[in-house]
Design a protein around this ligand. Structure first.
Ligand code: ADP
Length: 407
């Protein structure tokens, strides 16, 4: 079966076509500036080779973007499928399923309603995700569709982990609570880690460190998420490329009043101008921050130290929450590639029985990233690197649900 994976943003649409026979990626594309007054852009790679780099006109809607995607995939000259009947199902990445959705689901009108109802909790993404679903349905009316939610894996958290200390009525009335994000990655990586170690996930206490441009950590006990660092929105947690991470909320009021800016502008600053870029003044990309730090840039050193310290604190907290930890796993752009950062995070963690094998860790850096154990033989905690693959996780869920429904 061939599965199309779609990730729709407000003005963009990313897609991948995967042949589930061998889980081979056949095509990958990006359509940008949908609905914008300037010209749009459509880039498509087939078999890893760029076959299309179109920027010749406007793209008026997501429906038009979906038509362009299908046209590229089925193109007589460079396409990889004959027609769209070869696409067995579409898996949509969706941000927010609220507390109603705890796993991937076949898209029905009820599921669309849940995505719509959760727009207030993920305004930019959920609205766009829904647009993407509706556009695909318009151009592929007979193809089954599945929604895979970023929040779903975290919905096993107990109330003591997901509630905030504000009056209970805000939870009842407005559903204010921690939801957590990157769930597809945390689920994929925690499951894959257990498989890789030849262990039953039920026996493991695991801390998953998904460190990318957006970063989140989760505590996974017996295969179930019991806590995670992102919150009502992806702003909470460690400092990220452009996000501030957790802080005293009074900081917001103080800055707003002092600088005469409103809360929306302030949150924009917290989401887009803070974190690594805000502290270092160099970049949101950890590679640039690392380079500047190694040249002695003090603010870059500080940004790096803050990230490392934040990760350490969450690891400590989650080990305490689970009464121990068996595995610490690193994943995503920084977690997989940045051996220096892993080394600094794991420094002085022997109090909890976690000891890195520095040499093994150093061997595992870009471009030599693969699944590996990087802890010392006498470490009580297994430390490993497991590359994430959210697309494959979405494709697998989609295939499984569609096959089960057709039985
Ligand atoms: P996103 O959250 O956008 O999916 P990624 O998981 O791609 O982000 O992570 C982006 C981060 O990973 C950047 O800060 C970048 O510095 C880091 N990164 C990505 N590739 C490499 C690499 N080859 N070597 C070191 N760092 C990398």
């Amino acid at each position: 079966m061939k599965i199309l994976i779609v990730n729709a943003g407000s003005s963009s649409l990313k897609y991948q076509l995967v042949d589930m026979d061998g889980e081979k990626m056949l095509a990958k594309g990006l359509i940008e500036r949908i609905g914008m007054p300037e010209y749009g852009h459509h880039e498509c790679k087939i078999g890893g080779e760029k076959v299309l780099d179109w920027k010749d006109g406007r793209i008026l809607s997501h429906v038009e973007a979906c038509q362009m995607m299908l046209a590229a995939l089925t193109d007589k000259e460079y396409g990889c499928i004959k027609d769209m009947s070869e696409i067995g199902a579409v898996g949509h990445r969706v941000l927010h399923g609220g507390s109603q959705i705890t796993e991937s689901v076949i898209i029905t009108p009820e599921v669309e309603k849940v995505i719509e109802d959760n727009i207030p909790l993920g305004p930019l993404h959920n609205r766009a995700n829904l647009q993407g679903i509706q556009a695909c349905k318009a151009v592929m009316p007979d193809t089954p569709m599945v929604a895979v939610f970023d929040t779903a894996f975290h919905q096993t958290m107990p109330p003591k982990a997901y509630m905030y200390g504000v009056p209970y009525e805000y939870y009842e009335k407005l559903h204010v609570r921690r939801y957590g994000f990157h769930g597809t990655s945390h689920r994929f990586v925690s499951k894959r880690t257990a498989e890789f170690l030849g262990k039953d996930p039920k026996e493991l206490k695991m801390i998953v460190c998904h460190l990318g441009n957006g970063s989140s950590l989760s505590a996974v006990n017996g295969g179930k998420c019991v806590d995670t660092s992102m919150g009502l929105t992806p702003l909470e947690g460690v400092i990220m490329g452009t996000r501030s991470g957790v802080m005293d909320p009074a900081v917001l009021q103080f800055i707003c009043n002092s600088e005469k800016i409103d809360i929306n502008e302030m949150l924009n600053i917290c989401n887009q101008k803070s974190g690594l870029v805000g502290i270092s003044g160099v970049s949101n990309d950890m590679r640039d921050v690392d380079t500047a730090a190694s040249e002695g840039n003090e603010r870059a050193i500080l940004a790096r130290d803050m990230l490392i310290y934040g990760i350490k604190k969450y690891i400590g907290a989650y080990a305490a929450a689970m009464n121990g930890v068996d595995v610490i796993v690193f994943t995503a752009g920084i977690g997989e590639n940045n051996c220096r950062l892993r080394e600094d995070v794991m420094k002085d963690m022997d109090f909890m029985g976690a000891k890195l094998d520095v040499e093994k860790n150093n061997e595992l850096a870009w471009p030599h990233v693969h699944e590996a154990i990087i802890s010392a033989p006498d470490s009580k905690v297994t430390i490993c690197v497991i590359p994430t693959n959210e697309e494959i996780a979405i494709a697998r869920d989609t295939k499984e649900l569609v096959e089960a429904a057709s039985k």
